[in-house]
Design a protein around this ligand. Sequence first.
Ligand code: GLU
Length: 488
Amino acid sequence: MTEATPDHRPLRVRFAPSPTGTLHVGGARTALFNWLAARHAGGTFVLRMEDTDRERSTPESEAEILRVLTWMGLDWDEGPFRQSERDHVYAGAVERLKAAGAVYPAYETPEELDAMRAAARADRRAPVVRGRRDHTPEELAAFAAEGRRPVWRFAVPLPGQTLIEDRVRGTVTFDHAQIEDFVVARSDGTPTYNLAAAVDDLEMGITQVIRGEDHISNTPKQMLVIRALGGEPPAYAHIPLILGPDKKKLSKRHGAASVEELEAAGFLPQPTRNALALLGWSYDDKTTTFTLAELVERFSVDRVSKSPAVFDLKKLEVMNGRYMRTMDPEEFEEALVAYLAKTGYLAGRGPDAEALARRSAPLVRRKLSRLDEYDRLAGWIFRPLEFEPEAWEVLAGDVKHSIQVIGGGLGRIERLPELTADAAKDALQDQLHVQGESARAFLEPQRIAITGQTISTGLYESLELLGHDEAVARYRATMGRLAELWGA
Ligand code: GLU
């Protein structure tokens, strides 16, 4: 393994998002890998906002990215730096590049550039742009007199090659004939992305760049800039693309493509982080669950695969459900209530909503794989008894039988001095034998009688949660509705 960075330099990595939206799964994975690499090595994690696109970058997006990183449990040691506040640094770098003769002023019009690309294609060459590097001082003076302001292009050394010793992809060779004389400064003096990123990596002493594979064609350009400035490029690790289970680029169609959506769907930070860590990285071929400490201890960019990673929401659901079932019950209660409060679920559900949600936590803990399933299971708790159409169908399908079994259940529940889940279980199990009913034929109507739903929290625990009076009231209301139907 070739290391571009001598081992004695302490590791400095950075996460450099463009604050133009929310944090996608891919960006979150990049942040996590960089953070893990830093914490594993006792290095430094730098956060840098690449907001050179002034139109699309917003403070709201930056705030959202910071919020999501914090939600994921990732902290940073330096920054957030903003490229928009570092114009003087880039201007200074461009001056140094000019002095070194590494860049030249280019006056080509858009039409000339198009013609150049078309000619290259006709010749079956890569459509790379080169400006005229050899203007005479007289020509330059004439352009200046006309008020024409050039862009500054990097004079890519020809012939030549730039090699990336990539920690994931191995040696990747770029022939300079394929690299255009990229713009480093626009005619208004503002820096381009490749200039700013390269200058920052150099100035911020970054020793290791871990980023998405979609950036690999930028890397030789950034290496050329860094070398022209007299620096040594960092080591690079280009991590694989993330696809959905259908092997298409991950998007909203796959259920969720951003951390914000995962959070809104009720995935907890720990299993989410665990799933993100496994997007391209593995420890061995069997371990799929890691604590954060284990990730820090075991993470190495050298164990990242170069084949595309697949993000499967179904797998995350399994991990999330398992995590919730095994986490500390009180922590689960807090996570549930925080989620319900944050999503606005508890608002307008009465003064007891939070207390009810807390009491429901043990009832839903083993049944949820994501917190947005809560309403489906437990929403009935917050509403007066009302029947889902398909649940009412079950009772109305055989009214006589429904009256018999629900009446039988009511008789037993009513007489219980204290309605605990255990007492309810004993009483109802006994009653179903007395009536000679199968468990399903007897118990499903009981569930519907108190919840109005076919799917809900467990029957016995639900009875206990309601308490004697409310449970009996619901039973009676159901009996009343059935009696009306019978009489009709
Ligand atoms: N700002 C770039 C992006 O959001 C990241 C570039 C880098 O990591 O070097 O995709």
